[in-house]
Write a protein that binds this ligand. Structure first.
Ligand code: SF4
Length: 332
């Protein structure tokens, strides 16, 4: 049975730029249930990775801070923990895999040491047992010769193998929540499919909740149950995968979906969203998407829309004046 695993409430994260603070993630709230894959999508710079690093408490304290919110994992607020307590949670209850496996592994350490150190940190077991667990976990992620791979340095492995090792490391302590930040972007298409299959297997067998951060809507359509669309640091839409692709409500989501090539389509060029994501320090007044939105009305340039529950069952959320007006008309 699925239970509420992660609850992010009103998260705000800021970065220091020159002498002032700019908001990179603003008032972000969402939940993930155990065994559920939630997609987090949007263009580069929309706040996806900052959200995940905030949940992991991995933002640099030198130039960034979480200035508001709660991150409840199994009911415990991660933002209230000290560094030592947080280190215990990372790996054991929550783990992350990054976009560039080659950059995430230590190039000077054999895979065995990197894996067993992670296992020994969270389990009171002997080195022999940790070696056995490392071997088993490499095998479980489809590495054909685990014993040999354990002896390798990262540079002796391909990108796909390194990503498998990263997933093995993330899964070695069977965390409840896995955060995958563009886990397949650096890999070729065949390996991408294998890594996604592997994550789906892990979800099914361990009931792991997964936050899948990606700009690839194909990955979302294939893997996720629900999707959150972010723009300029805020959530602009949330829906089930089926609803989002069948009937995207927010003009930004509509633009993202329209820009994906359709199988069998004969069109020679795809529409793109004009303009670019606004600079964090000079956000437009009102709706942050207004300068790029073909439906922008006067109110859009002066009042920021709220993220409201929409749809008959109020199971979707959307931040748009136009959608709000349409919802009101349906009610009348
Ligand atoms: Fe476009 Fe206005 Fe909706 Fe913003 S609020 S997405 S500008 S219609």
């Amino acid at each position: 049975m699925s239970k509420k695993l992660l609850e992010v409430k009103n998260l705000r994260s800021e970065f220091k730029r020159d002498k002032s603070w700019v908001t990179a993630v603003n008032d972000v709230s969402f939940t993930i249930n155990s065994g559920e894959i939630l997609g987090l999508v949007g263009e580069s710079g929309c706040g996806k990775s900052v959200t995940s690093l905030s949940i992991m408490r991995l933002l640099s304290p030198i130039n960034s801070k979480i200035s508001n919110g709660e991150v409840l994992l199994n009911g415990q607020d991660l933002l209230a923990l000290n560094k030592k307590e947080m280190r215990k949670i990372r790996g054991r209850e929550i783990a992350m895999i990054f976009q560039e496996p080659m950059n995430s592994l230590n190039p000077c350490m054999r895979i065995e040491r990197q894996l067993t150190e992670a296992i020994l940190l969270h389990n009171k077991i002997s080195k022999d047992m940790a070696h056995k667990r490392a071997y088993d976990v490499l095998k479980s992620v489809g590495i054909p010769e685990p014993e040999m791979t354990l002896k390798n340095f990262p540079h002796q492995l391909s990108g796909g193998m390194c990503q498998r090792v990263m997933i093995a490391m993330a899964m070695s302590c069977e965390p409840d929540l896995l955060i995958a930040d563009e886990p397949t972007t650096a890999l070729d298409v065949t390996i991408q499919a294998q890594i996604l299959d592997l994550m789906e297997d892990i979800r099914k067998t361990k009931n792991t909740g997964i936050l899948m951060i990606t700009h690839d809507l194909g990955v979302v359509a294939e893997m996720c149950h629900r999707v959150i669309v972010m723009y300029a640091g805020s959530i602009v839409e949330e829906a089930s995968v089926k609803e989002l692709f069948a009937n995207p409500k927010h003009p930004y989501t509509q633009g993202l979906i329209a820009s994906v090539p359709k199988l069998g389509s004969k069109v020679t060029s795809l529409p793109s969203i004009p303009g670019s994501v606004p600079d964090l320090s000079v956000m437009p007044k009102g709706c942050k998407f207004a300068p790029r939105c073909k439906y922008a009305m006067d109110i859009c340039h002066t009042e920021e829309p709220e993220l409201l529950d929409i749809g008959e069952e109020k199971k979707r959320r959307c931040r748009c004046h136009l959608v709000n007006q349409q919802e009101e008309e349906v009610k009348r």
